[in-house]
Design a protein around this ligand. Structure first.
Ligand code: PGA
Length: 265
């Protein structure tokens, strides 16, 4: 499994447009308690949450004052650093709030906000300019899958997005088939493995063999406690990007404790 490769598994919760700043405080506090009670393996697994922008300051204050084992990041950032871009949020601001990560190119951004691969590459560059690790989201629709097979579209998306990556800077990749997001029907672990392996080859081509060996590739799309162990048993799956289940405390904590249920599938 991925843990044997030395890549520290990452379990990331994408809250999407849910939970205001007060709710975020209650949720993160309870998540930290739940993980502590369950003897969560802080060194072995990294947990990160992606709240709405308006929650980030509250989450930062809580995490830093209590030294909680939870990283956090934004769900998007601007390709620009500052200026007349009403409604946008700079990577500089995310960095100033202690965001370790930022999601880039989530399928909902691509679909509802017209984000192109070229814009996503610019956003990857912006994240790296500010020392924030981009989590580059790629994935095919059901039609793409039918027309082009499993890895063609995500591999092409990743190839363009990585043009924005700064040499030697960390990236994380999230493979999220659009047909699996929010549908309750996850990819099989074999399907996830096949595409994640193809994405690792793209990383090797664009960023080199060392980057390919160390870059974490997550699977996302209807991940839950009942299927995480199967994904994590795959050689090229290094974690999960979790949407709906990240808002259910016990479910998300159980996903984060996947090492205790690997072998149970
Ligand atoms: P889901 O969403 O877990 O609800 O399918 C995943 C995502 O959109 O990142």
């Amino acid at each position: 499994m991925a843990a044997l490769t030395g890549r520290r598994p990452l379990i990331a919760g994408n809250w999407k447009m849910n939970l205001d700043h007060l709710q975020s405080i209650a949720f993160v506090q309870k998540l930290a308690w739940t993980l502590r009670d369950a003897a969560f393996d802080r060194a072995g697994v990294e947990v990160a949450v992606f709240p709405p922008f308006t929650d980030l300051r509250s989450v930062q204050t809580l995490v830093s004052s209590d030294d909680l084992p939870i990283a956090f990041g934004g769900q998007d950032l601007s390709a620009h650093d500052s200026g007349a871009y009403t409604g946008e949020v700079s990577g500089a601001f995310l960095a100033a709030l202690g965001c370790r990560y930022v999601l880039i190119g989530h399928s909902e951004r691509r679909q509802y906000h017209g984000e192109t691969d070229a814009l996503i590459a610019e956003k990857v560059a912006a994240a790296h300019r500010h020392g924030v690790v981009p989590i580059i989201c790629v994935g095919e629709t059901a039609e793409d899958l039918e027309q082009h097979g499993p890895s063609h579209v995500p591999a092409a998306q990743l190839r363009v997005a990585l043009e924005g990556a700064a040499a030697g800077s960390e990236v994380v990749v999230a493979y999220e088939p659009v047909w699996a997001i929010g549908s309750g029907t996850a990819a099989t672990s074999a399907q996830a493995q096949q595409v994640c392996a193809a994405l690792r080859e793209v990383i090797a081509e664009v960023l080199g063999a060392d980057a390919a060996a160390t870059t974490r590739i997550l699977y996302g799309g209807s991940v839950k406690a009942a299927n995480i162990a199967g994904f994590m048993a795959e050689a090229d799956v290094d974690g999960a990007l979790v949407g709906g289940a990240s808002l259910q405390l016990d479910e998300f904590a159980s996903i984060a404790r996947f090492p205790s249920h690997v072998g149970t599938v």
